[in-house]
Design a protein. Structure first.
Length: 264
């Protein structure tokens, strides 16, 4: 465990300092945990879908090729971040979140077996207790990643969200797992975490009406990462997360590029 912490510290120091070449990093693997943005990107039923338009594309009169595009996207869709202000008045906006909460060691709590069997499963305190009984206490400053297994369904809206309907009708039919508000409270009051991430469309489960986990996390200035990809490919412990959102001044969230570094 000590050697793993040393390697992670070296990797983080290298990231912060800016290594001049890939060989400057410790041996390991970078994994992309981000879904791409396209017409298939999953958004909340009430949000407008992602749009990409062509401004120009082709050969210029001067003989070289040139292309430029414009996009339109809601803050909260695809792989994205929820800034604390999303559910907490006076909370940090996306541009105010410290880098230390976005670049940090991470642990993964895998509840796929329970969640695949129950679309409305809520990750509870007992799941964290069971995890810690096997792996030890969640380290201070960790990003906690929650694997429900629903990433395998992306971008099939029916399988991923429980419905492909839009608007209020779609919201009423959402069924996917999330974090129980009592467990969110346990995390912020008993563990010093940097952020929480999940491979579903929301930290709160689909049937939530009060979004208690959002309120609890963001009331303590803990951001959330939603619609994370490839959590089945990362280890339970021993990884470093780099989660850098679009820096929207005053924003309540935004598109997120999140990657994991897993040392050998």
């Amino acid at each position: 465990m000590l050697s793993t912490k040393i390697v992670l510290f070296a990797a983080l120091a290298c990231l912060v300092a800016g290594c001049a070449k890939p060989g400057g990093y410790p041996p390991g693997q970078w994994l992309d945990l981000t879904h791409d943005y396209s017409s298939e990107t999953v958004y909340w039923p009430t949000a407008e879908p992602f749009k990409l338009g062509t401004v120009t594309a082709g050969m210029t009169k001067k003989g070289y090729y040139y292309s430029a595009y414009e996009f339109c996207a809601a803050e909260h869709g695809g792989t994205h971040i929820d800034a604390p202000i999303h559910f907490a008045q006076g909370g940090k906006t996306v541009d105010e979140i410290p880098l230390t909460q976005l670049i940090a060691p991470a642990v993964k709590v895998d509840v796929s077996e329970q969640a695949i069997a129950n679309r409305d499963y809520q990750i509870g305190v007992e799941d964290f207790n069971a995890w810690e009984s096997r792996h030890g206490k969640i380290p201070d400053g960790s990003i906690v990643l929650l694997q429900t297994g629903y990433g395998r369904y992306w971008p099939n809206r029916v399988q991923y969200l429980g419905t492909d309907k839009r608007g209020a009708e779609g919201v009423a039919e959402l069924h996917f797992p999330g974090l129980q508000p009592a467990a969110a409270e346990w995390l912020v009051k008993n563990r010093k975490i940097s952020a929480v991430g999940i491979d579903t469309a929301s930290i709160d489960y689909g049937r939530s009406q009060m979004f208690g986990s959002h309120v609890m996390l963001m009331g303590h200035n803990v951001p959330a990462f939603e619609n994370i990809a490839n959590l089945d490919k990362v280890p339970t412990v021993g990884m470093q997360i780099v989660a850098l959102p679009m820096k929207i001044k005053g924003g309540s969230g935004g598109p997120l590029r999140i990657v994991a570094f897993v040392p050998d």
